[in-house]
Write a protein that binds this ligand. Structure first.
Ligand code: ADE
Ligand code: ZN
Length: 328
């Protein structure tokens, strides 16, 4: 099934094998004996327990080629899963705080995006995330460092530890990004309450909500998301591995679709959560009994929710419909 991926952190696509290869190439020490020992550490209890390992894994990235190699490995996986469009998050502060130049990060990732279009037929774009456990002042400094490369990313997002770091802490930097014509998204309602989703919408003025699954606790919020057709970029295997839902059978993706929300399926950090796009679909459908019609809806939502221009969206959805027509 053709589809778009709207929520994946490129640093979360670093497979343990690549972490070790880059650690060797760059003479970086990592506190795990081997690939198996690192994989064994992937037993998470919540978002923060994952983030600690995720930031440690990203410490092996130093050169432009490292960023290229990481993105290229993901883009090949995405192409194999019939992802036609991907909007990839990157966390520059994880790298600039270690002394890596913004140019190194963006140039490496962007070169992979350009090659993906030519060599894989995948349309790929970048969204720069601010780390919400750091200050708004740091986010402003990050934006300043990135502006010379403004043509190489399409929007900004907000990620890292959610609870205790509500969206309104970043009101001014998001307002500035809006003036600059950047697309706006934010993680909200992953572990945090519906109030964080409201403030992502009303204070940050985001166009999409990343995760947003906690919105189901607030009927007025559900109505607002449906009426304004705000896409939710849901990540089922991530929610399972970070214990947001006790098992996939209890995931609320079906309820979000039934409520008329523009919900989508995404991989978040596929190297850490046990699967890329198709694996997220296969496991979720096996566990929940979602229908073929809902699979079509999720794929159509992914193109609708993407930041590609309207004509390209319509073309993608036409081709999606042709694919489904073969099975009728
Ligand atoms: N950074 C990488 N993955 C994330 C997630 N699921 N939530 C918040 N920040 C993240
Ligand atoms: Zn995420």
């Amino acid at each position: 099934m053709p589809k778009a991926e709207l929520h994946m952190h490129i640093e979360g696509s670093l497979e343990p094998e690549l972490i070790f290869a880059l650690a060797r190439r760059n003479s970086v020490e990592i506190p795990y004996a081997d690939v198996e020992a690192l994989r064994r550490a992937y037993a998470f209890t919540n978002l923060q327990s994952f983030l600690d390992i995720y930031y440690a894994g990203a410490s092996v990235l130093l050169t432009e080629q490292d960023f290229y190699d990481m993105a290229w490995a993901y883009l090949e996986r995405a192409a194999a899963d019939n992802v036609w469009r991907t909007e990839m998050f990157f966390d520059p502060q994880t790298h600039t705080e270690r002394g890596v130049d913004m140019r190194t990060v963006i140039d490496g990732l962007h070169r992979a995006c350009v090659d993906a279009e030519v060599k894989l037929g995948v349309s790929a774009a970048l969204i720069m995330c601010f780390l919400r456990h750091l200050s708004e002042q740091k986010a402003f400094e990050t934006l300043e460092q990135a502006l010379p490369y403004r043509d190489k990313f399409i929007g900004v997002g907000l990620d890292s530890g959610e609870v205790g770091n509500p969206p309104e802490r970043f009101e001014r930097v998001f307002a500035r990004c809006r003036e600059l014509g950047l697309h706006l998204v934010a993680h909200a309602g992953e572990e945090g309450p519906p109030a964080y989703v409201w403030s992502a919408l009303d204070v940050l003025k985001v166009e999409r909500v990343d995760h947003g699954v906690q919105s189901a606790k607030d009927p007025a919020l559900m109505k607002r998301l449906a009426q304004d057709r705000i896409p939710l970029t849901v990540c089922p295997l991530s929610n399972l591995k970070l214990c947001v839902f006790p098992d996939l059978g209890q995931h609320n993706l079906g309820a979000l679709l039934d409520a008329g929300l523009v919900a989508t399926v995404n991989s978040d950090d596929p190297a850490y959560f046990g699967g890329y796009m198709n694996e997220n679909f296969v496991q979720t459908f096996a566990a929940t009994g979602l229908t073929a019609q809902q699979a079509w809806q999720l794929a159509a939502n992914s193109f609708e929710g993407s930041f590609i221009e309207a004509a390209a969206k319509a073309r993608y959805i036409d081709r999606l419909n042709e694919t489904f027509a073969q099975f009728e």
